[in-house]
Design a protein around this ligand. Structure first.
Ligand SMILES: [Zn+2]
Length: 299
């Protein structure tokens, strides 16, 4: 099964393209946490025979002030990367980038909202022609040879000191090879004056978003603040993957209300492709996600 890629959007003067790393199947009960099944099954996508729902892997390519910026790098393509999750396809981020004429060497900045395996897999790849690795050995190198990797410092520290709960998702093969390419961030950081890396704790303590501001418009890439849009409409619907659920609740409620106020474009990793919409409020006062159609000529 091939999932489309390359949907284009704009926030002011900033061009956004959703580049796909495919999709994977995730346990539905884990996604919806404490919410009873009778409530979520009316709004969730259909489950497979093992009670799993499909999650997208929507990464975002942006061009701003002459820089080419990639947010998130999906599950990856190294040996073992795609065994960690149940993949619905063999979608690859690099193929999606090539389809819009972007080579790995063109990327100036890679941003990881956090370092769970499904957000930073293509940070690294198997070295091509790696004779130095020796027979049978694999050497992992940064996939994007000219990129700086922007990551929250707390997130980096937690990923490198995983505990019993987090060690299955923080994988050293996605982290160690980029150790000398890092720009570790405390608090907010301007990638350009239009792209701001902003702390958004809850999913993890160091989880961050990217806010896009251009002219009078703004948008935000939410990372893993939700795995399904109903969790944006109903802030107390918190996934069991969030390590700080009550912090997550506060972060999400505040940001969603700001997005409604501003009419911001909202994108997130695990939405059904392309995972882009706007938050609105119904006449009755409920938060509501509305899908945003891609610009003409993209899909
Ligand atoms: Zn995720």
């Amino acid at each position: 099964m091939s999932i489309p890629s390359g949907a284009k959007f704009k926030v002011g003067a900033v061009d956004l393209t959703v580049v796909n790393d495919g999709m994977f199947w995730q346990d539905a009960g884990a996604v919806f946490g404490l919410v009873p099944r009778v409530m979520w099954e009316r709004v969730a996508p259909p489950m497979d025979e093992r009670y799993r729902i499909p999650l997208g892997l929507n990464c975002l390519l942006l061009r701003s002030r002459g820089k080419t910026v990639l947010i998130e790098t999906g599950i990856g393509g190294k040996p073992g990367d795609r065994d960690v999750a149940t993949l619905a396809d063999d979608g690859t981020l690099l193929t999606s980038l090539a389809a819009i004429g972007v080579a790995p060497a063109d990327i100036d900045v890679v941003v990881n909202t956090h370092l769970h395996f499904d957000h930073c897999g293509w940070n690294t790849s198997v070295e091509v022609g790696g004779a130095s690795a020796g027979e049978g050995a694999e050497r992992f190198v940064p996939t994007f040879p000219n990129a700086t990797y922007v990551i929250n410092r707390t997130e980096w520290d937690e990923a490198n000191h995983a505990n019993e709960r987090t060690r299955a998702t923080y994988l050293s093969r996605n982290l160690d090879p980029i150790a000398d390419r890092l720009e570790l961030i405390d608090g907010e950081h301007a990638i350009t004056d239009e792209l701001i890396f902003v702390p958004a704790p809850g999913h993890t303590a160091g989880h961050s978003t990217v806010v896009i501001r251009s002219g009078q418009e703004w948008g935000v890439y939410l990372g893993d603040m939700a795995q399904h849009q109903v969790q944006l409409e109903r802030p107390p619907w918190i996934s069991s993957f969030d390590t700080l659920p009550l912090v997550s609740l506060e972060t999400k409620r505040k940001l969603m209300d700001e997005c409604i106020e501003a009419g911001a474009l909202v994108a997130y990793t695990h939405g059904a492709y392309p995972g882009v919409g706007r938050m609105t409020r119904t006449p009755e006062g409920f938060r509501k996600w509305v899908d945003e159609p891609p610009l003409d000529g993209s899909r």
